[in-house]
Ligand binder design. Structure first.
Ligand code: NAP
Length: 250
């Protein structure tokens, strides 16, 4: 669907340098959106992603910010608006794992994963939604996980954060529904990125064997779902969880 005439939509993607975030940046750029690529440590990869977006004919900037820090998130959103003029789409994608069994999990493991995967989304959503409310337009998409719906041994911290994102999103969706701001979740299953490459081979094989589609997903599969929810045409879809998991969570 073409964008509203004469209005170039802009999107901020947290953790946009690589993996799912990079694929989301490219999918939104393909829809004609200008892109702010957030990164924490991957400066060179972020610049490559931004260059790939520019090659699609849109504007793209890279912005460093640690989403665990509220002041970083506030500045990230302000810098996006300063660079691109507006913020129409926020994709809360930044995330980490610190997997271990419950009895071995430290408070630091728990706090760091919650701070990145859940509080980061809270800080960015809060900062972005001020602008979206003034614009009376916004699309917020947060990347959860099938683990947030079903749990997973060894991931109590990650599952708690990803389940929390669903509650956060549904609440935001209710608060903002009358202002043409939607909030939705995409819940990927097992996707081939650096995050899953770091898993032990036995865990990867077990996860892959549990996918009815018979194959691991690609970051582009997730990006296509995000692009739908981030588009103008999805204005009547809010508070939803869209699983992109090859049937893993059925
Ligand atoms: P990835 O390749 O490891 O990418 C994670 C991204 O998060 C990186 O770009 C990283 O940025 C960013 N990040 C981490 N900590 C950050 C912080 N404090 N501030 C800002 N950015 C930070 O993993 P991925 O698989 O693409 O994961 C993307 C999202 O999908 C995550 O939320 C993950 O939980 C979710 N997910 C993935 C899968 C899967 O199977 N891969 C399944 C379900 C959900 P830098 O590199 O710049 O540090």
């Amino acid at each position: 669907m073409p964008q509203t005439e004469n209005l170039r939509r802009t999107a901020l993607v947290t953790g946009g340098a690589k993996g799912i975030g990079r694929a989301v940046c490219l999918a939104l750029a393909e829809k004609g959106m200008d892109i702010a690529v957030n990164f924490a440590g991957s400066a060179a990869a972020a610049e490559e992603t931004a260059a790939a977006c520019r090659a699609l004919g849109v504007r793209a900037v890279t912005l460093q910010a640690d989403v665990r820090r509220p002041e970083n998130c506030q500045k990230l959103v302000e810098d996006t608006v300063a660079a691109l003029g507006r913020i129409d789409v926020l994709v809360n994608n930044a995330g980490i794992t610190a997997d271990t069994l419950m009895l071995r999990m430290t408070e630091a493991d728990f706090d760091n994963v919650l701070a990145t995967n859940l509080k980061g989304a809270f800080f960015c959503t809060k900062a972005a939604s001020r602008y979206m409310m003034r614009q009376r337009y916004g699309r917020i998409v947060s990347i959860s996980s099938v683990v947030g719906l079903h749990g997973n041994a060894g991931q109590t911290n990650y599952a708690a954060a990803k389940a929390g994102l669903i509650g956060l999103t549904k609440s935001v969706a209710k608060e903002y529904a009358a202002r043409q701001i939607t909030a939705n979740v995409v819940a990927p299953g097992f996707i081939d990125t650096d995050m899953t490459a770091a898993m032990p081979e036995s865990a990867r094989a077990a996860a892959a064997a549990s996918i009815p589609a018979g194959k691991v997903g690609d970051a582009k599969d997730v990006a296509a779902a995000v692009a739908f929810l981030a588009g103008e045409q999805a204005g009547y879809v809010t508070g939803q969880v869209l699983c992109v998991d090859g049937g893993m969570g059925m």
